[in-house]
Design a protein around this ligand. Structure first.
Ligand code: IDP
Ligand code: MG
Length: 149
């Protein structure tokens, strides 16, 4: 089954939105296979956002991500990376569709509540940055037989 990396950013944690985010992914049918609440060390912020290191917004992005604890998760399900990105919505909450997490719960591109990997390749890379293989658990959801044909 496919996996993706999802992170409630410090604004989402501070606003008490961990449960809302987890609930949306759980109700969809995704299975959480790892989670951790922590303040990200600088090294992993740089690795996580390596494609943005030279962007003008990177210093403020880094300051934002390091400003408080994040809630890091790995979720499993069919086409996990692509489908979770749709649930998360566009990067700018002003353009994110209603019904998406950013469309429903955020106002500002610099405070957009959540991160999710943008492809299966990014998912593998980002999961490996934050979790060891031994931290990913294996179990069955009782509704798995009715979630998939
Ligand atoms: P994504 O989170 O939807 O994948 P990316 O383009 O990968 O969006 O950007 C990573 C993060 O950097 C965004 O979620 C947002 O927090 C921040 N960011 C991106 N573009 C801007 C910007 O123009 N101004 C401020 N922050 C930005
Ligand atoms: Mg991105």
């Amino acid at each position: 089954m496919d996996r993706t990396f999802v992170m409630v950013k410090p604004d989402g944690v501070a606003r008490g939105l961990i449960g809302e985010v987890v609930s949306r992914l759980e109700r969809k049918g995704f299975k959480m296979v790892a989670a951790r609440l922590e303040r990200l060390p600088e090294k992993r912020v740089m690795e996580q956002y390596r494609e943005h290191l030279e962007k003008p917004f990177f210093p403020s992005l880094r300051h934002y991500i390091e400003s408080g604890p994040c809630f890091l998760m790995v979720w499993e399900g069919r086409d996990a990376a692509a489908v979770v990105r749709k649930i998360v919505g566009a990067t700018n909450p002003a353009e994110a569709a209603p019904g998406t997490i950013r469309g429903d719960l955020a106002m500002d591109i610099g405070r957009n509540v959540i991160h999710a990997s943008d492809s299966p390749g990014s998912a593998d890379r980002e999961i490996a940055i934050h979790f060891s293989a031994g931290e990913l658990v294996s179990y069955k959801r009782v509704d798995e037989p009715v979630l998939y044909e």
